[in-house]
Design a protein around this ligand. Structure first.
Ligand SMILES: C[S@@+](CC[C@H](N)C(=O)[O-])C[C@H]1O[C@@H](n2cnc3c(N)ncnc32)[C@H](O)[C@@H]1O
Length: 592
């Protein structure tokens, strides 16, 4: 085994990457998140959030609720965002099925209750048709919680013995399916999705016999920091809504129960709130999101350039690469390729109308967002990465080939790998169960971070770490850490992408030798070698492909699986943990 430089020079290209498939789909939970506040989640919803591998969430989900997810959970935003992100329902279905078939427990988190105007019924129907196991967890529906938050009980012994929950969307349609005559005779009416049609709803109710003096109230953003209620009568509520500038989400309540509001308003709310209201909306991207933003050299260069060129600022509305190119002075072909790579990094989505920001990019990467991390990220990335070559390619297109600007690739590779491994360590450890696996040997980059993350969770475990790249004879250095009885788990981090095939085999054999009879082997690596700077077009294409397929450029999952099998291991998981890296865990069946 040689130095990192030798490794890179000797690197071979492996066959096409393949993913290890897990046949039985995992379960999908359709979970109601309630009206917003985390303390209004059910205990079951909170527990599922803490354990789910993938959280697919809609717009009206507060950051504090999402923050309950485990750090390594993949969070996928699939909702409408201020009239922009109208992810189609079939895309959501496809995503739920795909993630479940990858063996990942999916938490499909919906505002309120999944079956109250939440399209939960459709998703359940789809999953049943696909033979994917699912469970529906009810949530506190805004239909009841929003009126309650404004001091309105939707039923009352004296004034209301029936309540109807109605969509406000129907009121604007030509073929309105609502029986307005029947509805106008029900004591309490709760309209969801009604802001745009309040006037029409009030007119229809009055036209069908309800008194114009019937009290009405609209409650905006119940249980959010900017909750606001407006009251009036059927005759006045539309003007009041306009005057107050009420915006969705808001719930309209019609009926005599609204009169009780004054008496019930005194109900003291005692939900835990942070002192500073703004702090509830502090930037708090999950670990998986941050990992996507720091996916080694390729991802960092791309992100650095995209931030510098203000690409995210231009993608708040869907825009094809060809239209964006002249506005940014970039080559259309190169830009298209970069945007595809941003899609692979999970920052941007590709829609029929062009590319547009996903929620993470809107929120953290645009200049105008209150939660923007743009300046901080740019500064951070600039410290470790140069994207000059990429910028040249972006401006000049595929014909411009930049010279490799790497005077000391070995040092750059080491620094990049160390930073990436350190950054990833907590999320990797989060995916492991090492309770009965001690003692642990960590080999490679990020040793200190792995030791910290492991001992924080299992304080009694003994962890030894070594980086063979720091030694003149790396295999001898590794052998020096062998212990009688072997290690219960050996973690290899950041080594494989710099190794040639023979070197990987030697490394794996040494790791197997260091393990005990039932040892767990954990491998974590980047898809693209840290210091290698092929022409930018190749780099971006490679990153997009590797991230999409879950393979590694220098060492495919299939070959890794074969080599491990030869050493008596069975691969348990082999999947991308973030867009730029791969995690493999393998269990030893018996000593070969
Ligand atoms: C698509 S429906 C989903 C309803 C959800 N499944 C539930 O049970 O609450 C969205 C509508 O719910 C209402 N809504 C949701 N959250 C709300 C909140 N925090 N305050 C007031 N109304 C809310 C609004 O009428 C909004 O247009």
């Amino acid at each position: 085994m040689g130095s990192p430089g030798d490794f890179r020079r000797a690197r071979e290209r492996g066959p096409a990457p393949a993913r290890v498939s897990i046949m039985k789909p995992a379960k999908v939970y359709l979970v109601g998140a309630g009206p917003g506040h985390p303390e209004l989640l059910t205990v079951k919803a909170a527990n599922l959030l803490k354990s789910g591998d993938v959280i697919v969430y809609d717009r009206l989900i507060q950051e504090e609720v999402l923050a309950l997810a485990k750090p390594s959970a993949e969070r996928v935003f699939m909702g409408k965002s201020v009239g922009r992100h109208d992810s189609r329902q079939d895309e959501i279905h496809e995503l739920l099925a795909r993630k479940a078939r990858e063996g990942k427990t999916v938490v499909r988190l919906k505002g309120g209750d999944p079956f109250v105007f939440g399209r939960g019924g459709e998703e359940a129907e789809f999953l049943a048709g696909e033979d994917i196991p699912f469970e529906v967890i009810p949530g506190v529906s805004s239909a009841l919680a929003a009126p309650m938050s404004a001091g309105i009980a939707v039923t009352h012994r004296d004034v209301a013995s029936a309540v109807a929950i109605v969509t406000g969307h129907e009121a604007k349609k030509d073929q309105d399916r609502v029986d307005w005559g029947a509805l106008s005779r029900i004591d309490t009416l709760v309209f969801l999705m009604a802001v745009a049609n309040v006037r029409r709803i009030a007119e229809l109710l009055v036209a069908h016999g309800r008194s114009p003096e019937t009290p009405a109230a609209i409650v905006q953003m119940a249980f959010w920091h900017d909750e606001h209620a407006v009251t009036g009568t059927l005759a006045t509520i539309a003007d009041e809504v306009e005057r107050a500038g009420v915006k969705p989400p808001a719930t309209l309540v019609v009926g005599d129960v609204v009169r009780l509001r004054e008496k019930l308003q005194g109900s003291q709310r005692d939900l835990r709130r942070r002192a500073d209201r703004r702090s509830r909306f502090e930037p708090s991207p999950g670990a998986d999101q941050l990992l996507r933003l720091a996916t080694g050299a390729a991802g960092s260069q791309l992100l650095g350039f995209a931030l510098e060129a203000a690409i995210f600022d231009q993608l708040e509305q869907a825009c094809p690469a060809a239209s964006l190119a002249p506005r940014t002075g970039l080559d259309a072909g190169a830009l298209e390729e970069m945007l595809e790579a941003l899609v692979a990094l999970g920052l941007v989505e590709s829609t029929p109308g062009g590319f547009r920001n996903l929620e993470i990019a809107s929120r953290y990467l645009t200049s105008g967002s209150e939660q923007s991390l743009k300046a901080a990220l740019l500064e951070q990335i600039a410290l470790s990465t140069s994207w000059d070559a990429l910028a040249g390619y972006a401006r000049g297109g595929p014909t411009v080939r930049a010279a490799a600007p790497d005077p000391d690739p070995a040092a750059a590779d080491g620094a990049g790998r160390e930073a990436l491994a350190r950054f990833m360590a907590p999320a990797i450890v989060d995916q492991l169960d090492l309770a009965a696996r001690g003692p642990i040997l960590h080999v490679g980059w990020g040793g200190g971070a792995y030791v910290d993350a492991i001992t924080r969770r299992w304080p009694d475990l003994s962890v030894t770490t070594c980086n063979p790249f720091h030694a003149p004879d790396p295999l001898a250095a590794l052998a020096a850490h062998r212990r009688a009885g072997g290690y219960g788990c050996v973690v290899l981090s950041g080594l494989l992408a710099s190794c040639a095939r023979g070197e990987v085999d030697a490394l794996l054999a040494a790791a197997a030798d260091a393990s005990d009879a039932r040892g767990l082997l954990v491998l974590h690596d980047a898809f693209v070698p840290g210091s290698v700077l092929p022409p930018a077009d190749l780099l971006l294409g490679a990153l997009a492909r590797h991230a999409a397929r879950g393979g590694c450029r220098t060492w495919s999952t299939a070959r890794l699986t074969g080599a491990l099998r030869g050493l008596g291991y069975q691969v348990v998981t082999a999947a991308p943990v973030a867009a730029g890296t791969l995690l493999v865990t393998a269990e030893r069946q018996a000593r070969p």
